[in-house]
Design a protein around this ligand. Structure first.
Ligand SMILES: Cc1ncc(COP(=O)(O)O)c(C=O)c1O
Length: 378
């Protein structure tokens, strides 16, 4: 059998190795060093808008620190998009707070402004104003930035912008990762660029960056001995990983171009298949990096399900995945409050993520095309 075609695998550009070698040669094999600062600077200039970046060990760590910086404590409530990866919500529980999940709207699949406002009003009426809103740009598609920001400002509840999947996406020409009171990025192995594992906290407030680095390096007070007045974490990115990140920054825009071409590739494959819709930007305000290309499959009009496509692809050693299962449907969050209808639940039922890597070879694309065309034609 041919080698497996993955949904999204690491794609090195070439310069990564040189940055890593330099770290070895200079013995900066530690969670600090010139690559960490170089990677942060490179992200700051890419994102623009006066952002400050703290490179961390994961996107999850970045969300955890963001919640701490926003003062989330035991007994608090935090609003969170239900349709997402569990890492968006888990840090709420690390803090002893309760997640309050909110449904998606059907255009961007992200947090619905209407349900968000209903949730805020109801939580306030029940006696507790939520401490933060975690909004996610799913699969690289920007959430409805203006509408969510308006609600955040009206109720004075800060936004943690989960841009783990959306580095290089933009809304009205401004980069995702610059919209939150605090934003986060992920450089996990499957993301648009990777450091093998890593993440970043982004804020326009320099104090957020400084405090995040302080907390991420065990919260050491300024003293010659080890002195601590706060609980710290070991969340800083290593200089080796940051070296990979510096190399990856050189090819980020190329990766975005390739992923967007993959999206176009699926548009062409399914152009004549009634009932299969490729996930696309709703208006020209939205620019997605198309980290993953996804489809919705309406069985009543095309006669097959998304699961049938997944199985046909799996038989040919091609990886596909259902969309993120909403958090309010997850056993671990079964007791968490939820506001919404069935939008995210329905998306989960009929959606599928397709191979989207920037490193897919032309023969792999031919194979994907052949398997899909054979499937829809039967
Ligand atoms: C939406 C979302 N949030 C958060 C994360 C967490 O990032 P990390 O894996 O770097 O901890 C991920 C990816 O893994 C993600 O897809």
């Amino acid at each position: 059998m041919d080698s497996k075609i993955y949904l999204s695998s690491p794609h090195m550009g070439g310069a990564e190795q040189a940055f890593v070698n330099e770290a070895f040669q200079t013995n900066w094999v530690a969670p600090l060093g010139p690559n960490v600062e170089g990677f942060e600077k490179s992200l700051e200039s890419y994102l623009g808008n006066g952002t400050h970046v703290a490179a961390l060990s994961s996107g999850t760590a970045a969300i955890h620190l963001a919640l701490i910086l926003l003062g989330v404590e035991r007994g608090d409530e935090v609003l969170c998009q239900s349709m997402t990866f569990s890492a968006s919500a888990n840090p709420i529980v690390y803090q002893g707070a309760t997640p309050v999940f909110v449904d998606s709207e059907p255009e961007t699949w992200n947090i619905c402004p209407d349900h968000l406002e209903v949730a805020i009003k109801d939580r306030i009426a029940k006696g507790k104003k939520p401490k933060a809103i975690i909004a996610v740009h799913l699969y690289g598609m920007p959430y409805k930035v203006d509408a969510i920001k308006k609600i955040s400002e009206k109720y004075e509840i800060p936004i943690v912008e989960d841009s783990a999947e959306a580095l290089g996406s933009s809304y009205k020409g401004r980069k995702c990762g610059t919209f939150g009171d605090i934003s986060i990025l992920s450089f996990n192995g499957n993301k648009i660029i990777t450091t093998s594992g890593g993440g970043a906290l982004v804020s326009r407030n320099l104090k957020h960056k400084e405090k995040a680095i302080f907390l991420a390096t065990q919260a050491r007070d300024a003293a010659p001995h080890y002195q601590h007045s706060e609980i710290g974490y070991n969340y800083r990115l290593s200089n080796i990983s940051a070296g990979i990140g510096r190399g990856q920054m050189e090819v980020l825009d190329k990766h975005i171009g390739s992923r967007r071409k993959m999206n176009q590739f699926y548009h062409e494959i399914f152009a004549r298949t009634e009932g299969v819709k490729v996930f696309s930007e709703p208006t020209s305000d939205f620019f997605s990096n198309h980290w993953l290309s996804c489809i919705l499959v309406d069985k009543t009009s095309c006669g097959f399900s998304s699961e049938a496509i997944r199985l046909a692809m799996a038989e040919n050693n091609i990886e596909c995945r259902p969309l993120w299962k909403p958090m309010h449907l997850q056993p671990v969050f079964k007791n968490a409050p939820y506001y919404g209808s069935t939008v995210s639940e329905k998306l989960f039922g009929i959606g599928l993520c397709l191979p989207s890597g920037s490193n897919l070879k032309s023969e792999e694309k031919v194979k994907i095309n052949d398997v899909l065309i054979r499937f829809v034609d039967n």
